[in-house]
Design a protein around this ligand. Structure first.
Ligand SMILES: *Cc1c(COP(=O)(O)O)cnc(C)c1O
Length: 379
């Protein structure tokens, strides 16, 4: 059996252990310390925006705190892109709130601004003003932010930007994660950089950041004893994980370049294959980190489906994966309202994510190429 080729695996830069050793040497083996502060300021510099970043135990935790800071509570409604990973929507349920799902548009695969407006109008007509809008930059592709922010402004609803997959992506030159009232990053093991597990909340004021840190460290009031006026969470990132993050920040620009190179590799590979399109930026306004490269297979033209290709890859011990199954089709969210057509559904039916790691070797990309050329009868 060939060695396994992963969809996306951790790729250390080399200096991560140095920061972790520093943490041990100084006995900062806790959810505070120099690596936590250093990692936060590294991210702030990278985003090139006037933001304050709080690093947390997970991207999911960051989404949860963003909802809390937007005042989302029991029975409130929150609009969420349907086509996404479940972690975008689950924190809505943590708050006892109700997700309202919105379809994607075909250019960016992200939230459709027209269906967003339709959804908000309809919720208003039912006497409900949505408390927040969660928009996602899927696979690192920036959403249509101008249009989405315009709709959000029209109805005065805060935007939470799930940029978990989009660290290093920009829209019209501005970093994804810095457009919304809050931005969310993830450093989970399969993301473009990793802290083994972790996330960050991108804030636009020191006050918002302070509140996130307060809530993520069990919401202790200022007192010599343990005094609490709010429900707290144990969501802060440890100084050990932040050390890994500092090492990873040194190579983030390289990782973006390498992922984009994988995308170019697939563009070249499929350029003479009818019925297959590689997910690419709709215009130069969009700069994707191409966290995962993805294709759409037209089964009518190709005569075979994305599942046929997935199984062919699997047979060669190569991991590939269908696109995210839309949330409005998930059993757990069967009751939630949905606005849209079947764009997300069609993408799910025909889309496949391909191995996209920044650490794939030439021998591995050759193996991928051989499987694809054979599958599409290109010798
Ligand atoms: C990974 C991911 C998350 C969650 O991040 P974790 O750090 O794994 O909690 C949220 N949203 C999207 C779109 C993701 O891909």
């Amino acid at each position: 059996m060939n060695d396994k080729i992963w969809l996306s695996s951790p790729h250390m830069g080399g200096n991560e252990l140095k920061y972790v050793h520093d943490a041990f040497d100084a006995n900062w083996v806790a959810p505070l310390g120099p690596n936590v502060n250093g990692f936060e300021s590294d991210i702030e510099s990278f985003l090139k925006a006037d933001v304050k970043v709080a690093v947390l135990s997970a991207g999911t935790a960051a989404l949860h705190l963003a909802l809390i800071e937007c005042g989302v509570g029991y029975g409130d409604e929150v609009i969420c892109q349907s086509m996404t990973f479940s972690a975008s929507a689950n924190p809505i349920a943590y708050q006892g709130a109700i997700p309202v799902f919105v379809d994607s548009e075909p250019n960016t695969w992200n939230m459709c601004p027209n269906h967003l407006r339709e959804a908000i109008r309809d919720r208003f007509s039912k006497g409900k003003k949505p408390k927040a809008i969660i928009v996602v930059h899927l696979y690192g592709m920036p959403a249509k932010m101008d249009e989405i922010l315009a709709v959000a402004k029209e109805f005065d609803i805060p935007v939470i930007e799930d940029a978990a997959e989009a660290l290093g992506s920009t829209y019209k030159g501005t970093a994804c994660g810095t457009f919304g009232r809050f931005g969310v990053l993830s450093f989970n093991g399969n993301k473009i950089i990793t802290t083994s597990g972790g996330g960050a909340l991108v804030c636009h004021s020191q006050e918002d950041k302070d509140k996130a840190v307060f809530l993520s460290t069990q919401a202790r009031d200022e007192a010599p004893h343990y005094q609490h006026s709010y429900i707290g969470y144990n969501y802060r990132m440890s100084n050990i994980c932040a050390g890994i993050g500092r090492g990873q920040m040194e190579v983030l620009a390289d990782r973006v370049q390498a992922r984009r190179k994988m995308h170019d590799f697939y563009v070249e590979l499929f350029k003479d294959v009818d019925g297959v399109s590689v997910f690419s930026e709709p215009s130069t306004d969009y700069f994707a980190n191409h966290w995962l490269s993805a294709i759409l297979i037209d089964p009518v033209v190709v005569g075979r489906t994305r599942e046929d290709l997935r199984l062919t890859f699997l047979n060669d011990n190569i991991e590939s994966r269908p696109l995210w199954k839309p949330m409005h089709l998930q059993p757990v969210f069967a009751e939630a309202p949905y606005y849209g057509e079947n764009v997300a559904e069609t993408l799910f039916d025909n889309g496949l994510c391909l191995p996209s790691g920044s650490n794939l070797t030439d021998a591995e990309t050759e193996r991928i190429k051989t499987v694809i050329r054979q599958f599409f009868n290109k010798g």
